[in-house]
Design a binder for this molecule. Structure first.
Ligand SMILES: Nc1nc2c(ncn2[C@@H]2O[C@H](COP(=O)(O)OP(=O)(O)O)[C@@H](O)[C@H]2O)c(=O)[nH]1
Ligand SMILES: [Mg+2]
Length: 467
């Protein structure tokens, strides 16, 4: 209670008493100040009494550094990262009723200003960085012309490297490198019948173009000549297209087709990447990037990390104080070979499968003790590409036990989803959410992250049961 009275007031009070007894010249003036101070003290005593009797919530929270709601969250271990606005700023006592209303408003503001820390995890190529870029595009400052220009070199690299990869594979098939096993074995592992290998060999007329592309420097800038040769190979060479059909085993990104088709625009001297180019470029993330976005009037700090095997070792450092893990799964990776296992078309999709690797990474991630009670949000991503792929390639490539109608989109997704959910311990109370997503579709990302924000805020604050 003493903190209601300031030292100044107490000092004046004793001075008045002192001069009253010694009747010196300053008695009148000090007596005046003393009376005023006594009135103020009496007023404060009365106010203190009234507030105490009515147990006004304002008073109870007034001297706490966090609110009761925030205390509850911290106790539950789900809001250790709450940063209320104005923490540490000074406050003053006003009208109790105003303060009570103000407290409710402040509480709402504090909830709004919580920063939820969310980690984007998942195998390499699942779409983590694309989500991050899309969030920056939608809720961040977007990409200025200068920032988009930074991606130019990565776009050039993806085009040249992927074309080089296609040419190298064609040469290897031609040399007979891929037909060492029996015919049956070849069909099973690479999907190419050795009797058809001539279809994968490039015509001699493409030799100049192929040699030029193969010798192109790693960080070279596209010019008219390279654009002409790549255009020629992509538009006229059947073998290149046939090998491109096997890109799932070559770590050749799906978006490469888009870049090949747009190479004339990209090869122009005044080329500035569009936002679409930025979203589609495949660039292996190293290290981690984080940014806070305003979503649904709340704030979410999103952390993007590298997904390749060597990069995953670095994740451990970001595991502290996380409100949710968004685990991204590429729906289309069920017939893809992990980047680290790509050597040539000989690799068997049944032995090295990106979907199985993704399941392993998921299981491994769930086991980290610091994630024991952390909500997991599963994004089954690349729905646009999945819809196309499922028409000709069933998910039995990863899950031979899948018996259902093989080109049924919904059944296939349900099966994949269940495979991931089965990895959770049956005794675990950890909440899981799942979403089918398309990271390149801005509207879809907006909707999904709005849901994520609402779900996390309401479940964190209200302690609601999560599905
Ligand atoms: N079509 C399509 N492409 C996607 C989608 N999500 C990611 N990609 C592409 O997949 C590639 C790998 O994505 P990236 O975000 O770099 O994967 P990360 O390794 O998990 O960060 C990039 O070329 C993206 O443009 C999607 O939903 N649809
Ligand atoms: Mg990445």
């Amino acid at each position: 209670m003493l903190h209601l009275f300031q030292m100044r007031e107490i000092t004046f009070f004793f001075l008045v008493i002192f001069f009253f007894f010694y009747e010196n010249m300053l008695f009148v003036s000090y007596a005046f100040f003393g009376v005023v101070q006594l009135c103020l003290i009496a007023g404060k005593l009365l106010k203190f009494f009234v507030l105490w009797v009515t147990k006004a919530p304002f008073y109870q929270n007034k001297y706490l550094s966090v609110t009761q709601t925030e205390k509850k969250l911290v106790k539950k271990g789900i809001a250790n990262n709450i940063v209320p606005r104005g923490m540490g700023s000074c406050t003053c006592i006003g009208d109790p009723q105003d303060e009570m209303v103000g407290e409710e408003l402040a509480e709402a503001k504090r909830k709004d200003n919580m920063i939820l820390k969310v980690l984007l995890l998942g195998a390499g190529g699942s779409g983590k960085s694309t989500f991050f870029k899309q969030l920056n595009n939608t809720y961040g400052e977007g990409y200025s012309e200068l920032q988009r220009s930074v991606y130019k070199i990565q776009i050039y690299r993806q085009i040249v490297e992927n074309m080089q990869q296609l040419i190298i594979q064609s040469e290897q098939i031609e040399k007979g490198y891929l037909v060492s096993g029996s015919d049956e074995e070849d069909v099973k592992t690479i999907g190419i019948d050795s009797k058809e290998k001539h279809l994968y060999a490039m015509d001699k007329s493409f030799a100049t173009a192929a040699n030029y592309v193969l010798k192109f420097p790693e960080f070279g800038i596209l010019d008219e000549t390279i654009v002409k040769h790549i255009n020629n190979l992509w538009n006229n060479c059947e073998a290149i297209h046939r090998i491109f059909e096997h890109r799932n085993k070559l770590a050749v990104a799906d978006s490469t087709e888009y870049f090949f088709k747009n190479i004339t625009r990209i090869g122009a001297k005044d080329y500035v990447p569009t936002t679409e180019d930025v979203l589609l470029v495949r660039y292996r993330t190293t290290g981690m990037t984080e940014k806070t976005f305003e979503i649904n009037a709340g704030r979410m700090k999103v952390v993007d990390v590298g997904g390749q095997r060597n990069e995953r070792k670095k994740w451990i450092h970001c595991f502290e104080h996380v409100n949710a893990v968004i685990f991204v799964v590429s729906l289309t990776c069920y017939d893809e070979v992990p980047f680290e296992d790509v050597t040539d078309l000989n690799v068997s999709i049944y032995e090295k499968n990106n979907m199985i690797e993704s399941l392993d990474v998921f299981e491994h991630t769930l086991r980290y003790p610091c994630f024991e009670a952390t909500p997991f949000i599963l994004f089954f991503n690349k729905f646009d590409l999945f819809q196309e792929k499922i028409k000709h390639t069933p998910i039995t490539r990863a899950f031979p036990d899948f018996q259902s109608d093989t080109d049924d989109v919904q059944l296939s997704i349900d099966y994949i989803r269940q495979k991931f959910l089965d990895k959770a311990s049956p005794t675990s109370t950890r909440p899981f959410f799942t979403h089918v997503t398309c990271a390149t579709d801005q509207e879809n990302v907006k909707r999904v992250f709005n849901d994520v924000q609402v779900c996390l805020v309401s479940s964190n604050l209200g302690g609601a049961d999560l599905v």
